[in-house]
Design a binder for this molecule. Structure first.
Ligand SMILES: Nc1nc(=O)c2c([nH]1)NC[C@@H]1CN(c3ccc(C(=O)N[C@@H](CCC(=O)O)C(=O)O)cc3)C=[N+]21
Length: 300
């Protein structure tokens, strides 16, 4: 491997330290404790793990964590009533509804019921529009974490060719907006893109967010490029024993790391940054709610 490893795990620990500092200042100087409410509908085991990890880290940085676990058959009416209550609760500065929701619930409707200024996921249509027009908004956590690592590693991004593989509302589209905001030349590639390998090989910055295990190989990577792997895929790992699994990204790490200048690993790359940025967004939302100066370096 010749690429520099971008250590998301330690970067995220640094972001959480900064967040903890801001939380302490909010408590001491203003008597305010930022609060994050996480809503989980149903019993998806993977989602439950993430929600527990978010709650633990929220408390570790000194914030209040409010967890709302609802049964899988919760009605839209009940869920909307809870969101309404959280919208008006002054101790709640951030609201996250864990996705995906069960099929009978309309996630667009639910997300757009969150007060935009408390929408720490940045998924509300108002925040999407504000980001797209370069106005102050809540920025989705995963793309924000990727941007922080890119700026840290590369400094000024202006004029660089950035290719985002994947066009989801959660990662691909907002990632492209953020890179455009930093004056990159941005291409969004996806399953219908012609000669996707050739498109990717033009990228100084290559962000893989398709959800297909190890799809992006070294042959897709321009020598020296910075590769950000957003994918988290659990695959069978018979070499570890019968029935064992392991996590891999959307990038075939071994081959890409031979060509790239820098690369994020999975696990320990983008994932921990996503949670750190959720905490950062909650502090930002709290400061805005109280008309206080926003933390620097924790927003786009
Ligand atoms: N409204 C909403 N917002 C989200 O941000 C959201 C969501 N719904 N639904 C589920 C996905 C998933 N997600 C992850 C966050 C951190 C790791 C993470 O820290 N992963 C570790 C590994 C964890 C492991 O070992 O399983 C790592 O990559 O190093 C993974 C996944 C946030 N999501």
């Amino acid at each position: 491997m010749s690429a520099t490893l971008i250590d998301g795990k330690s970067f995220a620990a640094g972001v959480r330290d900064q967040v903890a500092g801001h939380v302490a200042r909010l408590k001491q100087d203003h008597g305010i404790t930022p609060g994050l409410a996480v809503v989980l509908v149903g019993e998806d085991p993977a989602s439950a793990v993430y929600v527990r990890s978010k709650g633990k880290q929220t408390v570790e940085v000194g914030m209040n964590s409010f967890e709302h676990k609802l049964p899988a058959d919760t009605s839209e009416e009940t869920l909307l009533a809870l969101i309404d209550q959280l919208n008006t609760d002054a101790s709640v500065h951030g609201i996250l509804v864990q996705l995906p929701l069960p099929d009978h619930l309309n996630s667009d409707l639910v997300i757009n019921a969150i007060a935009p200024e408390k929408d720490v996921d940045g998924f509300h249509v108002s925040n999407v529009g504000l980001l797209g027009t370069g106005q102050k908004s809540m920025v989705p956590c995963t793309p924000l974490g990727c941007l922080m690592m890119l700026r840290d590693h590369l400094g000024d991004l202006s004029g660089l060719n950035a290719v985002v593989v994947g066009r989801s509302n959660i990662v691909g589209k907002p990632m492209a907006q953020l890179l455009l905001g930093d004056s990159c030349t941005v291409t969004i590639a996806h399953s219908r893109t012609k000669d996707i390998e050739m498109v990717c090989r033009q990228a100084d910055i290559l962000v893989a967010a398709v959800g297909r295990a190890e799809m992006v190989t070294g042959a897709w990577v321009k020598p020296g490029a910075t590769v950000i792997d957003v994918g988290i895929n659990r695959i069978d790992a018979p070499e570890k024993g019968a029935g064992k699994t392991r996590l891999v990204g959307d990038v075939h790490f071994a081959s890409a790391a031979e060509v790239a200048g820098a690369i994020t690993p999975v696990p320990g790359g983008v994932g921990p940054m996503t949670i750190a940025c959720l905490l950062a967004n909650t502090v930002t939302a709290c400061c805005r709610a109280h008309d206080l100066a926003e933390p620097e370096g924790l927003t786009a």
